[in-house]
Design a binder for this molecule. Structure first.
Ligand SMILES: [Zn+2]
Length: 422
């Protein structure tokens, strides 16, 4: 092993793995029913994790630490001597894991020198390289999975571990650097991750979230997103004497849902295609309600979708005389592309950093929301960096140690690149 590889092993790979394994064992599942009420953190266990990270920063002699009431852990690392005029950059990752799959009692398994065969976990959960091309490319790598009963939590503990390890690397090895800021945030998975972000604390003009997947992937585009509440008002009568007079809101709802373009649903689209997603339906004869999520990468495309929903609502109303259909549109988040492209340097540095680590750069559109899009809207252009985690939000979640190591290298490289810019 060369000297450089030895250094990498000692200062990045080993501490990174140790950290990651200890972080995933910490239960930090968020709770959207609480977060939706405006309560943050939605679960106290996220705060416990933030406190643990705060202590870890202290051990690295990072003293400018703020833990907000809502459990945002903010750390500021002053520039090294002579680099005080370099731009400050901020790195973010989230503390929580998604609630749909259990994140309690995670027991990570480490497969060193992966042999390329299917990995069978408890409950017949199987990771099959024939069905998972990313896994097939990891022969010889160290793969980390859950035991099959829970998710792994690489989303986003791989990001948290990558940032912590990068900060440690920069400090321990006296890498010249401008000011570095770090924010670990709660409740990303509930969609409320940036609701109480202390924007006033951030001195950096540019931020990076470390919350992506496959190695080399950088993300600067996400959906435009709207939530649509469609309410159906019918007229109830006794079912035995319903003719004439009854207008059934349940039937109206079914008619409306039937008319949505089936070929533009989440399960029939990918890549840059948008969709209409019925998320929830509830009701009875007198009134019913549907929650729809609309997603589109283009602003025009989103307007068209909203118009389509309104037209279908009117058509439903027309088909049920006496009934009423109401449409209420709420914007959830915006594609961050425009905000990032106004400040191309933020992406240029990232692309350069990935290239400098010897990796091919892959631009991937995020088919979902991201804290980065909210931050970009707030005036901090924020692309997303890969973590080396895969199959997020599932029991088949896994992470590659060499890819996680690459994420650390990209972060360190970014720190170096920003320290040249005066
Ligand atoms: Zn995430």
């Amino acid at each position: 092993m060369s000297n450089l590889q030895n250094l990498k092993k000692t200062f990045i790979t080993e501490p990174l793995l140790k950290r990651f394994l200890s972080f995933v064992k910490i239960w930090t599942t968020s709770d959207s029913s609480v977060a939706d009420k405006g309560i943050q953190p939605s679960t106290e266990r996220q705060r416990d994790f933030a406190q643990l990270l705060q202590n870890e920063f202290r051990l690295m002699d990072v003293s400018d630490l703020t833990l907000t009431a809502e459990s945002y852990l903010c750390a500021r690392i002053p520039a090294s001597k002579g680099y005080e005029n370099c731009p400050s950059v901020c790195f973010l990752a989230h503390l929580d894991t998604v609630e749909e799959v259990s994140g309690k009692d995670v027991k990570p398994l480490v497969f060193s020198n992966y042999d390329g065969n299917p990995i069978t976990l408890k409950n017949d959960v199987s990771l099959d390289p024939d069905e998972d091309s990313a896994l097939a490319q990891c022969v010889g790598d160290t793969i980390i999975t859950s035991d099959g009963t829970t998710l792994l939590g690489a989303d986003d503990k791989a990001g948290v571990a990558a940032i912590m390890t990068s900060v440690e690397y920069v400090l321990k090895n006296a890498v010249p650097h401008g000011q570095i800021e770090v924010i670990f945030s709660p409740d990303e998975e509930t969609g409320h991750g940036m609701d109480h972000v202390p924007a006033g604390w951030i001195q950096s003009k540019f931020c990076y979230t470390v919350d992506g997947g496959d190695v080399g992937e950088v993300e600067a585009e996400c959906f435009n997103a709207c939530k649509v509440d469609v309410t159906f008002e019918g007229r109830a009568t006794h079912t035995g004497t319903a003719r004439p007079g009854m207008v059934n809101a349940v039937t109206m709802t079914a008619k409306f849902l039937q008319m949505l373009p089936q070929q533009e649903s989440p399960e029939t689209t990918d890549d840059y295609q948008g969709f209409y997603a019925p998320m929830e339906v509830a009701g009875h004869i007198e009134s019913a309600a549907v929650i729809l999520f609309l997603r589109d990468f283009e602003t025009d495309g989103m307007s068209r979708r909203i118009e389509t929903v309104k037209t279908l609502a009117k058509a439903t109303e027309a088909a049920f005389p006496g009934g009423k259909v109401d449409v209420k549109v709420t914007e959830q988040y915006k594609n961050m592309k425009d905000g990032i492209m106004k400040n191309p340097v933020v992406m240029e540095k990232l692309v350069q950093a990935v290239k400098n680590t010897g990796l091919p750069v892959r631009f991937v559109p995020i088919r979902g929301g991201t804290d980065g899009s909210r931050l970009t809207e707030m005036g901090f252009p924020t692309p997303n960096i890969f973590t080396g985690g895969h199959n997020f939000h599932s029991k088949k979640e896994w992470a590659s140690l060499s890819q996680m190591t690459s994420a650390v290298e990209v972060i360190c490289e970014l720190v170096k690149l920003w320290s040249i810019e005066k």
